[in-house]
Structure formats: C-alpha cells, structure tokens
Design a protein. Structure first.
Length: 252
C-alpha cells in the first residue's frame, strides 16, 4: 500500500512576525505543489499558530508541544483544545528537546498523546535514542519503550498519527543517520505496529528526523519504511524546505 508522505517543519524557538509570514507562504506553496502525495505542515511557536493558520490553505499547522492538562492552574502551558481552536490540527509530542531539556517522562508523553487525541489533534510522536544508548546497542529497546508507553492500543484514527524516529545524536548536529540506520529502526517500528494491528502497520506514517536537508532527503526517502521527515534547521530556509517537500513528492 502507498502511504501518503508527511513532511513537517519544526521552527522551534525561531521566527519574527515577518519571518513566519514568509516561511508560511513558502510552506503553503510547497504543500500546494506536492498536492495529495505529501502532507506538508509547519510547527510554529505557539504565539504564531493562529497567524500561520490564517495564512495557509494547503499546509497543515502543528503545535510544537501541548499540555497534558485541559485547563487550570498550569502557568505557561498550552491546552490541546486551545491549539485546535487557534488553528492547529496536529501537534508534536515527545520531541527530544522536550524530554531532555524539560524533563518530559514517558508517562507525560503518553498523557499528552491522549490529551491531543481527545481534543481532535493529529499527533507526530517523536522517539529516538541518545548516542550513549546507540553505542550500548539499546536503540530498539529505547524506541520500543517510548512507543509502547505512548501509543494507545489500538490507536485511534490511523491517518492522524505519525511516528517520527529522531535519533537524538542527529538532531541539530548536522550528523544524519545513514539510510541503512534509519531504515533499520523504521522497519522495526513497522514490525512493532504489524504485531499489534495489520491495518496500523500499513497506514501509520513513520517519518525520519535528524539533520534532514535538501541534499540527503533523496536517499532517506528512498528507504522502504521512511514515509517522510520532521525537519528542524532546514525548515527555516524556505527554498530548502520546498526542495525537501518536492523530493518527498517525487519519491516512491
Ligand atoms: C527536529 O527538531 O525535530 C529536527 C530533526 O531538527 P534538525 O532537522 O535541525 O536536526
């Protein structure tokens, strides 16, 4: 079965008002050009979600993070329903920067995934091992634990979940996993899904993140189980982001 590819740009803590307008316009053009073959989205800082959502038609908008709580005394947090109302229809959950810098545990990530689904947001669930974990051959044990604890079984609507395999050592470092390393973990994730639900294995998109750029996208997207990318740094360069989306559209 051919899965629609997914390319999301994660802008992290970047973007003036003028920059996000320009990036949103380019991402929307890239989404329109890729049409149905690629779901293209961007994840702006929370304060810009509404602005970006008002400026795109073809591209999807994701929150970078949501709270596990719906409302109440949680200063500084963003509720899933609020993100939805502001115009997001997806959210990232469990990005390694959230896990490492802000202490998000597997249990918190699981609660955030549930909160997102309850509100009606699609979820890009980020998983991945550190360099130390890879070096002691714990990659699959870590990734399996992160998915096991975060994804409800059976998952709700399968086209509203993407699993982003993002080796922590490849994020923002310029060091990309080789296509073989990416395919190896992606096929194990696919096997994990297959063991639970054949439909999930066929439909859930497994995307790669970690220093993806216009030069390495072709070989990564050529891997059988790589269904797209979560792009950080290169998504701040509209020409590169558009090239990655075009590469995804041309792949397979
Ligand atoms: C990310 O933030 O999810 C990411 C993959 O970043 P980068 O592409 O910069 O490595």
């Amino acid at each position: 079965m051919t899965r629609q590819r997914v390319v999301f740009g994660n802008w992290k803590l970047n973007g003036t008002r003028a920059e996000v307008d320009a990036w949103a316009a380019c991402a929307d053009e890239a989404a329109a050009a890729a049409a149905d073959s690629v779901l293209v989205g961007v994840a702006p800082p929370a304060v810009w979600i509404e602005r970006v959502a008002a400026r795109v038609g073809a591209a999807r908008v994701a929150a970078q993070n949501i709270s596990e709580h719906a409302r109440g005394a949680h200063t500084g947090e963003l509720g899933a329903a609020m993100a939805l109302e502001a115009g997001a229809d997806w959210t990232l959950v469990g990005h390694s920067e959230r896990r490492q810098l802000y202490g998000e545990s597997d249990a918190t990530v699981a609660a955030k995934v549930s909160a997102a689904f309850r509100a009606g947001l699609g979820v890009v669930l980020c998983v991945g091992e550190t360099l130390e974990e890879r070096e002691r051959d714990a990659t699959w044990a870590v990734v399996r634990r992160q998915i096991d604890l975060a994804l409800p079984s059976p998952p709700p609507s399968l086209d509203r979940i993407a699993i982003a395999y993002e080796p922590v050592w490849a994020i923002g470092t310029g060091r990309t996993a080789t296509p073989e390393q990416a395919q190896d973990v992606h096929s194990q994730i696919r096997g994990w899904l297959r063991a639970r639900d054949m439909r999930a294995a066929a439909q859930v998109r497994v995307i790669y993140g970690g220093s993806v750029n216009a030069d390495n996208a072709t070989e990564l997207f050529a891997c059988e189980d790589v269904d797209g990318a979560l792009v950080g740094g290169a998504s701040l360069d509209p020409a590169q982001f558009a090239a990655i989306c075009a590469t995804a559209a041309a792949a397979r």
